[in-house]
Design a protein around this ligand. Structure first.
Ligand SMILES: [Zn+2]
Ligand SMILES: [Zn+2]
Ligand SMILES: [Zn+2]
Ligand SMILES: [Zn+2]
Length: 232
């Protein structure tokens, strides 16, 4: 399948940019900045105190066409970020996950019976382990692993979105992947053939797929598409 880098839309103004150009855009997006200004000049009974907010870019490792720009308070924990990534992109059957940051591993579940004692991601605040420019990784499911690359591209003082610790600033548009039989848009993918970069089919061609329809999963806008039992 094509490894073209996909474009995405800014959540604030709707303009389209590539993943790299989006960082620059978000820093100066008039719609985003005016929204922030309005929020800070509106008189509230108990205005939330400004807090450190990280701007993160996350993408699929080996699948850079899937990406998101996120904003998350430095007060949030690695578990909060893990929960968001699972919810948005990853969760199929409650597999284990871990972050790798500067040579340290922070696991979703720590089993001290086994091997090296890993650190837990629980209670670890992002502000303690991340800073601008830092790159790190996230792995979900240590069998059929989905690996994500993350980077802290900026930080600012601001107010966190109420009741939501992670805000999606921008996300890629779904990649247009053709059916390998007829060239129409693929809607299903074979959970076996995907490891060879194949098995993308449309609904019409699905029943003819040699592995059988039981192996097919829906095409979803996530780097975990076609893996294990992931259906989006
Ligand atoms: Zn914008
Ligand atoms: Zn699974
Ligand atoms: Zn087809
Ligand atoms: Zn197949």
């Amino acid at each position: 399948m094509a490894r073209t880098s996909s474009k995405g839309k800014c959540r604030f103004c709707g303009a389209e940019f590539s993943k790299a150009a989006m960082s620059k855009h978000l820093a100066t997006c008039p719609a985003r900045l005016s929204g922030a200004a309005t929020a800070s000049t509106t008189r509230q009974k108990a205005p939330p105190t400004p807090t450190r907010l990280f701007h993160l870019v996350v993408e699929g490792r080996g699948a850079p066409m899937y990406w998101m720009h996120l904003e998350i308070p430095a007060e949030a924990t690695l578990s909060n970020l893990d929960a968001f990534l699972r919810d948005q992109w990853l969760e199929c059957c409650g597999h284990l996950s871990a972050f790798n940051i500067a040579g340290e591993s922070y696991a979703s579940t720590v089993d001290r019976e086994w091997g090296t004692p890993e650190k837990s991601m629980r209670g670890v605040k992002l502000g303690k382990v991340l800073s601008v420019g830092q790159q790190f990784e996230h792995e979900y499911d240590f069998g059929t692993t989905t690996e994500l690359k993350l980077k802290v591209v900026a930080e600012r003082e601001g107010r966190a979105v109420k009741g939501k610790s992670v805000q999606v600033l921008a996300q890629n548009e779904p990649p247009q992947i053709p059916c390998e039989n007829c060239g129409k848009l693929a809607t299903q993918v074979c959970s076996e053939c995907i490891f060879e970069g194949e098995g993308w089919v449309c609904d019409d061609c699905a029943e003819e797929h040699e592995c059988g329809e039981d192996m097919l999963l829906p095409v979803v806008n996530s780097p975990r598409v076609g893996m294990c039992g992931y259906t989006g």
